[in-house]
Design a protein around this ligand. Structure first.
Ligand code: NOJ
Length: 556
């Protein structure tokens, strides 16, 4: 089946807190988004994925939900939400909600009832144990918290304000499905499901392996894609998505997922999810943890992405991303955010969007926004970063080194406000922003790029249009070339008589490129590039250059 609409779609992720503030309280909101809908329409995207806007104590910026069927007052009202959906639909853009159901907030009424006593009717909606196991939380420290009132410990894989729901309990599952149907009835077009492969756990919660020097064990083998995960997702599909006739987009965020498992999750015949977010390519520059940086290796990146292209080539589907609200900015990570910022941002976009799969653009990526030069720990807001700083410095690591790691990898790099223009606070807010604005907004901003054909923004518009216009981009097969080349990313896409050759130079030096059929390619049309073509250059690429060649065998 090649006709699922989302294969030709480009998704744009909005992190509402940092997108646009309409009321001057320093926090982005729904009316702020409503004011920017034409920007999204001009970019040409087909879907908006909205990070959580539900009521929340904001321990993890909304990924800790205390009411699944309302809007947090900081973001607006349900009426604003309905207006947003209508405004998007008028522009033929779908809306995908973030669904965070591995855990709730500890302030959700379900958890409040659960913790009220050991004989509470909802006790079994969460994971309570007389003694904790040795698992580490993803946000530093133990994954267990003692509740003095009911004298047991509860499991929280993330912060202690994010208790894990017990999906073994059918009442939990039914409550979640009912809530999901409520949003679909309200007009939303699908879900991005937060850490959804964590919902089935090995129920006796065995201790995990302890790495040398660590205080807590690794519970992930008992959490990632556990024993009943396929059953739960298929059940959800039947209970919620069936009957929507393929009009929805369902993407599961799945840390630790393997290619083989993803092939099962995304096999349309199995009716689980449409695509997954996998993480393998996000760790190519990391050591044992995300805070340990190792040198970037292009062959490693190609090896990783290539394996996914191949593994999901026949059955299943990839989602394609460099950035989201959890990752540092790609131009600072795999590109050159200095001299070649514009060119390398375009090159990275080109390489990503030309893969087989559905591309995701994270707000500001289309402007070439960079990491932030945080001046000290006081500039950070993210619970993961702050907890890591406390735990690592308490364990004796030097604050200078810990801060250096945070500057490179902190999620706050992605969360500095969207840079709309060069004015104070980048046009994001008339008040004081909840997190500092990147000072480089005077140079890097949407207003400056809006009418500049050479801008990163204009290039992203072309990338979106190319996917819409050229069926080979959505449906063609994928063959990696030059897998071991240290600087060149090269691949071919093929559909019927049409071939595309995609080339990207991941270096600040010119690189000659030697691919099969080089002479036919050198004479082919260039359908997209990030540097003005110069006659007679053959296939030599200039620093950070990207080119997409097209051959139509029928017309030659
Ligand atoms: C993944 C989300 O993307 C991240 O922002 C969040 O902290 C965790 N899941 C917990 O919900």
């Amino acid at each position: 089946m090649t006709d699922q609409w989302w294969k030709r779609a480009v998704v744009y992720q909005i992190y509402p807190r940092s997108f646009a503030d309409s009321n001057g309280d320093g926090i982005g909101d729904l009316r702020g988004i409503i004011g920017r809908l034409d920007y999204l329409a001009d970019l040409g995207v087909d879907v908006v994925w909205l990070s959580p806007v539900y009521p929340s104590p904001m321990d993890d910026n909304g990924y800790d939900i205390s009411d699944y069927q309302a809007i947090d007052p900081a973001f607006g009202t349900l009426a604003d939400f309905d207006e947003l959906v209508a405004g998007l639909h008028e522009r033929r853009i779908r809306l995908v909600m973030d669904l965070v159901v591995n855990h709730t907030s500890d302030e959700h009424p379900w958890f409040e009832e659960s913790r009220s006593g050991r004989d509470s009717a909802k006790r079994d909606w969460y994971w309570w144990r007389p003694e904790p196991n040795n698992w580490a939380s993803f946000f530093s420290g133990s994954a267990w918290e003692y509740d003095a009132g009911s004298r047991e410990h509860y499991l929280h894989l993330f912060s202690r304000k994010q208790p894990d729901l017990n999906w073994e309990n059918p009442e939990v599952r039914e409550a979640v499905y009912t809530m999901m149907r409520w949003w679909l009835d309200r007009g939303v077009d699908g879900f991005r499901m937060d850490v959804i492969n964590f919902i089935s756990k090995v129920v006796d919660l065995p201790d995990g392996v302890m790495r040398p020097g660590e205080r807590y064990g690794d519970g992930t083998p008992y959490v990632f894609s556990g024993p009943r995960i396929h059953e739960f997702l298929h059940e959800m599909h039947e209970a919620v998505f069936a009957g929507h006739d393929g009009s929805l987009l369902v993407v599961g965020e799945m840390p630790g997922v393997t290619v083989k498992e993803a092939g099962l999750f995304t096999d349309p015949d199995r009716e689980e999810v449409d695509m997954v977010f996998q993480f393998a390519h996000m760790s190519v520059d990391q050591g044992a943890t995300k805070w340990e940086r190792i040198p970037f290796s292009l062959p490693k990146l190609k090896g990783s992405l290539g394996q996914w292209q191949e593994g999901l080539g026949e059955t299943g589907w990839n989602s394609l991303y460099w950035n989201n609200h959890d990752q540092p900015r790609v131009v600072s990570r795999f590109g050159d955010d200095d001299e070649f910022r514009v060119r390398s941002a375009k090159m990275l976009g080109t390489v990503l969007h030309l893969h087989r799969g559905t591309p995701y653009i994270y707000q500001g990526e289309e402007l070439g926004m960079t990491n932030m030069d945080f001046s000290g720990i006081d500039d950070f807001r993210d619970i993961e970063s702050l907890n890591h700083y406390s735990a690592a410095t308490a364990a004796g690591h030097s604050p200078v080194h810990v801060l250096d790691a945070l500057r490179h990898m902190s999620r706050d790099n992605a969360r500095t406000p969207m840079q709309w223009d060069g004015t104070r606070h980048a046009g994001f807010t008339a008040g004081e922003p909840w997190i500092p604005v990147n000072p480089n907004h005077t140079e890097i901003n949407a207003a400056a790029q809006e009418h500049d054909a050479g801008s990163v923004l204009a290039h992203y518009r072309r990338l979106v249009a190319l996917r819409h216009d050229e069926p080979v981009v959505a449906h063609g097969d994928f063959t990696m070339l030059l897998a071991q080349h240290p600087h060149i990313y090269a691949f071919v896409r093929r559909l019927g008589d049409v071939r595309l050759l995609v080339l990207g130079n991941f270096s600040s030096d010119p690189q000659p490129v030697d691919v099969p059929d080089a002479s036919s390619w050198a004479n082919a049309d260039i359908v997209l590039s990030n540097v003005d073509p110069v006659d007679g250059e053959g296939l030599e690429l200039r620093p950070w250059e990207a080119r997409v060649y097209k051959l139509d065998l029928e017309s030659t």
